[in-house]
Design a protein around this ligand. Structure first.
Ligand code: ADP
Ligand code: ZN
Ligand code: ZN
Length: 699
């Protein structure tokens, strides 16, 4: 019997059909099934979103095309999964089809139904029995026991605020273990912010639960690997899925627990396509599925902190504190070096160097953090003032001494370093400012005579985006740190996150001041999190923790942020920040969205956005619901983005702010309608694209 189907296909991002197209078929088919359908002159994958016995009256039926195949081997995607996709598309203002397709493993799109059926047969269709030793290798700490009891009794969502090394991971594992033991079909999702952290978590989870039934999902996997994990999760044979933000869309029919580790981490926000926050979606999905969810961090995002205030103050999450480290472990002692009292141009202060030497002599490791890779941020001619600007971006190219190049970190434009100043011919062009490469070099000079306990010279290693470009190099470098081969580790924030280093007893932030005076209101929050996180790498071995130290070189030693850091007092810092945000009307007390436009000229980029707003405001002057939504929303004039030009594209953005999320979304929809309507207007010639970022992390 003929049926009419709404099918989600990968339609263009702003397509007004919402990514749902109508097809007809006589094949047996149900909602949620995967199908192959004609689209233009191609055949593409689709997800059945609706099945109708009669023709939709808006369409003229004779133009409708037939479904080509139903992928019967794959069970239909659940209603919850479809709701998650639908919510994401609506909330982040993208088309349903685009979000649905991006949420599926790429290989599903490419395989024929026959190939897929074959793959599917290979994976076992029953839920895997997991190792039933559900016991911790150690007795749980009192804190851990208390937290686990609360998680068992309450519904959540939970915010686990645990110091670094307080045993948060152990709490996740125990909670998951209990849930999986109670229900032989139950599934759990555990997310970490970075690919680099998945192998570590995977090893820990597999050591506890055995290999069977544990799969990973992240973008570093090959197509076939991802498909295999996806199928195992979809069928229910995978009981535990570990992954990065993309794993939030894993099809898990028996999802009962979601863990979001390091929930404050910006990597949970997708930065292209639908700009979703996997952390926020985890909360939504848990409610949808009736699953429990725990967000964990030593430095929760201010949003989550706000939500976990006592219920009387409107908090919705249950805050679970674990302030103490495991065993007798202590948090590092924080030392501030007042750089005002150091000789001018000092990079590494004498007391810090003395402390590092002492660690080397004891066979302990130190870690130095600098947030800029490369050798020097700019090359500069003192004669004529030339600087190594990128000719395609409004940014400087960074000097990389290692291969003597100038590289743009925004567009990638790379050139060999000129022999002389390109503007005046002066042969004496010099680097300004410092990056990790130069820090490594400088450190080597300062430590040249220092020996390890066995008499060998000091070994320094640099870890950053440049040193880890080759596949496997990060793993090799980390192994060197773990094995004790390395004495001093130099790197960017990449090394500050999550790693369970056992021999580091000193961590130093070389030059963190920039974030104190940034125009980005989230910069202090990020700095505090980074420093706490980095400090958390020191003294993870309880026996060495007593002497562990976190050093901060700063020109503003008495800044409130460093005072709070010294006391390891995240709550004090958070409350002070929240107070400032509230007074300034910033998130989390209000909600924000950005519309960004890219064009050949800045004038067009801005005019396009401003025009939409002017149109909108002039159309809604009467007493309508849309007019009242508009009244609750501030739409600011378009401005150039902080990095205005990238790869010869001019970028502008418009900030939209409201205390009402609902009003904000309505206005975004209305604005998008205006943008669609005027996209091809002659005065907007040179427009390239626009995009919407809801709850942006940087404005
Ligand atoms: P976090 O995730 O809070 O940084 P982890 O869960 O990684 O902390 O725990 C820190 C270290 O303490 C790990 O090496 C872990 O194996 C160990 N650990 C966790 N819980 C206990 C416990 N109850 N007793 C002894 N050691 C523990
Ligand atoms: Zn010059
Ligand atoms: Zn560039």
């Amino acid at each position: 019997m003929q049926k009419w189907l709404d099918v989600a296909v990968s339609a263009p991002a702003h397509s007004q059909v919402g990514g749902l197209l109508t097809y007809v078929t006589d094949l047996p088919v149900t909602v949620g099934q995967l199908v192959r359908v004609p689209f233009g002159n191609r055949e593409v994958l689709g997800v059945v979103w609706g099945v109708h016995a009669t023709a939709p009256d808006t369409q003229s039926t004779h133009t409708l095309r037939q479904v080509m195949a139903v992928l019967e081997a794959v069970a239909p995607l659940s209603e919850h999964w479809r709701q998650l996709v639908q919510f994401t598309a609506h909330y982040y203002q993208r088309s349903l089809g685009e979000v649905a397709m991006a949420a599926l493993p790429p290989q599903l799109r490419d395989l024929t139904p026959v190939q897929l059926a074959r793959r599917f047969k290979k994976t076992v269709a029953t839920a895997e029995a997991l190792t039933t030793a559900l016991q911790s290798p150690w007795p749980l700490s009192a804190q851990q026991t208390e937290v686990l009891t609360q998680m068992n009794e309450a519904l959540g969502p939970f915010l686990l605020h645990g110091a670094t090394g307080s045993g948060k991971t152990e709490v996740y594992l125990q909670a998951v273990a209990r849930c999986l033991a109670e229900d032989p079909n139950a599934q759990a999702l555990m997310m970490v912010p970075e690919i680099n952290l998945t192998p570590q978590l995977e090893a820990r989870v597999k050591a506890r639960f055995g290999d069977a039934g544990v799969v990973s999902m992240h973008s570093g996997m090959t197509g076939p690997q991802r498909l295999k994990s996806w199928l195992a999760a979809h069928q229910g044979s995978a009981r535990i899925v570990l992954g990065t933000r993309m794993a939030i869309f894993a099809s898990m029919p028996h999802l009962k627990w979601i863990v979001v580790d390091e929930e404050h981490d910006a990597s949970y926000k997708q930065q292209e396509g639908a700009r979703y926050s996997a952390r926020d979606l985890a909360i939504y999905r848990a409610r949808l599925e009736g699953a429990k969810v725990i967000l964990g961090s030593a430095t929760p995002s201010l949003e989550s902190w706000h939500h976990s205030r006592p219920a009387v103050e409107g908090g919705r999450y249950l805050r679970l504190p674990m302030p103490a480290r495991i065993g007798a472990g202590q948090l590092p002692f924080v030392r501030r070096v007042d750089m005002n009292h150091q000789p001018r141009k000092t990079v590494l202060s004498a007391p810090l160097m003395a402390a590092i030497q002492e660690r080397v002599a004891k066979g302990e490791q130190s870690m130095l953090l600098l947030n800029r890779r490369g050798y020097a941020p700019v090359l500069h001619c003192a004669d004529c003032g030339w600087k190594s600007e990128c000719s395609h971006c409004s940014a400087f190219r960074v000097f990389h001494k290692i291969d003597r190049t100038l590289r743009c970190h925004h567009c990638g434009f790379t050139e060999r370093v000129p022999r002389a100043c390109p503007a005046c011919g002066n042969a004496d062009i010099a680097p300004m400012g410092r990056g990790t490469e130069q820090l490594e070099e400088h450190l080597a000079e300062l430590l040249i005579d220092v020996k390890r306990p066995n008499g060998d010279p000091v070994k320094i290693m640099r870890i950053d985006a440049d040193s880890t470009k080759l596949k496997g190099s990060l793993e090799a470098q980390l192994a060197g740190v773990h094995s004790g081969e390395v004495d001093v580790l130099v790197g960017t924030q990449m090394i500050a996150k999550g790693h369970d280093f056992r021999r580091i007893t000193l961590v130093a932030a070389i030059n963190p001041d920039g974030a104190l005076f940034s125009s980005d209101f989230r910069a202090p929050e990020r700095l505090f999190a980074l420093l706490m996180q980095a400090g958390g790498r020191a003294g993870r071995d309880a026996e060495q923790s007593a002497g562990s130290e976190m050093w901060v070189q700063t020109f503003h030693p008495s800044h409130a942020l460093f005072e709070a850091l010294k006391k390891h007092d995240y709550p004090a810092f958070a409350e002070q920040q929240l107070k400032e945000r509230l007074e300034a009307g910033l998130p989390p007390s209000t909600f924000q969205a950005l519309i960004r436009s890219d064009a050949r000229t800045q004038a067009v980029a801005q005019a396009f956005l401003n025009h939409a707003n002017t149109q909108l405001q002039s159309q809604h002057t009467l007493d309508t619901p849309d007019a009242s939504a508009l009244a609750e929303v501030s739409v600011y004039p378009a401005v150039p983005m902080s990095i205005q030009r990238v790869a010869n594209v001019e970028r502008a953005q418009m900030l939209i702010e409201s205390a009402s999320r609902k009003a904000l979304h309505r206005v975004l929809e209305l604005l998008q309608e205006q943008l669609h309507a005027s996209r091809s207007a002659p005065e907007h010639k040179g427009l390239i694209r626009w995009l919407v970022d809801v709850d942006p992390l940087a404005i």
